[in-house]
Design a binder for this molecule. Structure first.
Ligand code: NDP
Length: 483
């Protein structure tokens, strides 16, 4: 497969190359083969992208919001028309099975473009009467926004950031993870094809240092990062120097609580979706699965049976439902947690090994009898590793579920309606699920509390994070002064 794009960067409406930048090799995780070679942005490329965004933003913000929305909605249609090709590319970029990418990635990106395209014209200020005088507010764009992405959902992350940013009249410079640099280029290309002025959405490649140089540039007004907590700390601190707006979508170690009155089949489905989808490389995964003692044996038995349905193989084969880790490095990190789990005394129920084939495959792995202090129950693993912990009471499990620095997501499976809502109210997490797990529709806010993040993506809430309010005072009569 040659997935080589026309050039490494997409700036000011066209592909641009600068071969003096560090080489980025794109590796297909299912084989380990190099499928493209790109170059990291040099300072000249960074400057070109920011200059284009700065210039284009003024023009774009001057359009009517209806016209801006139309461009986004057109881009959504193009993405849906090309879903097959975009999904194949997403699978090459990430190693996620086509069975997933064909229904999740370009489609959820298109949903975001369509949703924010539809919302654009309703982004307005308000009128505040003060007797004869009044104040009106203008909801204005922030200016130039930087998006920095993680490697697990390259198309979706680019769209979740670009769509609300552009709907509000901002311009964007997006830097994908160097591990998955291909898909975001297509998003920028499609936006231009849909009628966005050149420079409104730019994509430049690079390692962390390129992201870091973008954040501190005086032309930048906002930084939206999807990444780990350690990177989030650095990016947040760098953005603070210039008092820039931020959205931080960071890591998690989310609890999934299964009471013994839960529908067993649904609870097992929730645990599978919340641990093994995308081979476990999902930030909101419910990796601490608290199972009430009365249902534990039945849960583990059914889970093990259902895991026999895993079909590992070529991710481009539509029958494959479980792909490799995104990279050799990520495979090695996750393998280290297999060892830790066993060393610290957890019971290995299934999996726990590297798969003997090309590429970076690991077995879906379940540990039982996990205790709160074990490393596998505390650290974000970002791989197919489920930790099952026992519990007795609601009060106990809620305290344990919240005993983490993270606060991205949390879920509960129970047949007791009032208990479900009590748990949702008690969870210290930005996104909660009742009798389901890991849904992320664009209509609903998504994001974390505690160390898992700041701000929200998707839904009307995202508008707050890509715009600012200006208050305008108007006096209708004469103005008195003391002298
Ligand atoms: P990283 O934090 O390693 O990297 C995220 C992005 O930040 C990459 O593009 C990276 O570039 C860049 N970066 C790294 N250092 C800096 C810096 N100093 N300044 C600016 N940019 C920098 O995350 P991963 O890519 O490993 O993704 C996995 C993490 O992302 C997990 O913790 C996961 O939970 C989180 N995540 C959160 C989501 C959410 O919505 N809350 C969704 C998806 C993932 P480079 O890769 O080139 O180093």
């Amino acid at each position: 497969m040659n997935a080589q794009p026309e050039a490494s960067h997409f700036i000011d409406g066209k592909y641009i190359e600068d071969r003096t930048g560090d080489v980025i090799e794109v590796i297909y995780p299912a084989t380990g083969d190099v499928i493209a070679r790109l170059h990291a942005a040099t300072p000249a490329i960074v400057d070109q992208a920011l200059a284009a965004a700065k210039r284009a933003q003024k023009e774009w913000a001057g359009w009517t919001a209806t016209a801006r929305g139309r461009v986004l909605r057109r881009a959504a249609d193009i993405m849906r028309d090309r879903n097959h090709d975009l999904s194949v590319l997403e699978t090459y970029d990430t190693g996620k099975p086509y069975q997933e990418t064909s229904v999740v990635d370009a489609t959820s990106g298109a949903d975001a473009l369509e949703y924010f395209g539809g919302l654009a014209a309703s982004i307005t200020g308000e009128h505040i009467p003060l007797g004869d005088d009044f104040v009106y507010t203008r909801r204005e764009p922030l200016g130039v926004c930087i998006g920095i992405g993680a490697w697990n959902y390259p198309t979706q992350i680019a769209c979740w950031k670009a769509a609300p940013a552009l709907a509000c009249g901002n311009a964007m410079v997006f830097k994908p993870s160097e591990t998955t640099p291909l898909c975001a280029l297509k998003v920028a290309e499609i936006l231009v094809e849909a009628g966005a002025p050149a420079g409104v959405c730019n994509v430049i490649q690079g390692y962390g240092a390129v992201g870091a140089s973008l954040i501190t540039d005086p032309r930048v007004d906002k930084v939206s990062l999807t990444g780990s907590v350690p990177t989030g700390r650095k990016v947040y601190a760098a953005a603070a120097e210039g008092v820039r707006h931020v959205t931080m979508e960071l890591g998690g170690k989310s609890p999934l609580v299964i009471f013994d009155d839960a529908d067993l089949e649904n609870a097992v489905s929730g645990a599978i979706l919340g641990n093994f989808y995308s081979s476990g490389q999902v930030c909101s995964n419910g990796t601490r699965v608290f199972v009430q003692k009365g249902i534990k044996d039945a849960f583990l038995k059914r889970l093990t049976e259902r895991l026999e349905g895993v079909k590992m193989g070529d991710p481009q084969d539509p029958d494959t439902n479980f792909g490799p880790m995104v990279s050799e490095n990520q495979r090695d990190i996750v393998e280290g947690f297999f060892t830790k789990g066993v060393e610290e005394g957890a019971t290995l129920v299934t999996g726990g090994k590297r798969v003997d084939r090309d590429g970076f495959y690991l077995e879906p792995t379940v540990f039982a009898d996990v205790t709160d202090d074990m490393t596998i129950a505390r650290d974000e693993i970002f791989g197919p590793v489920m930790s099952v912990l026992d519990f007795d009471t609601e009060e106990e499990v809620l305290a344990r579920a919240n005993d983490t620095e993270f606060g991205l997501a949390a879920g509960v499976f129970t047949a007791d309606l009032t208990r479900a809502h009590r748990m949702a109210a008690g969870f210290e997490a930005g996104t909660c699920y009742i009798n389901t797990y890991n849904d992320a529709p664009v209509e609903a806010p998504f994001g974390g509390s505690k160390m898992s993040g700041v701000g929200r993506e998707n839904s009307k809430a995202a508008i707050e994070h890509y715009s600012q309010i200006k208050g305008v005072y108007v006096r209708m009569g004469d103005l008195e002064a003391p002298f």
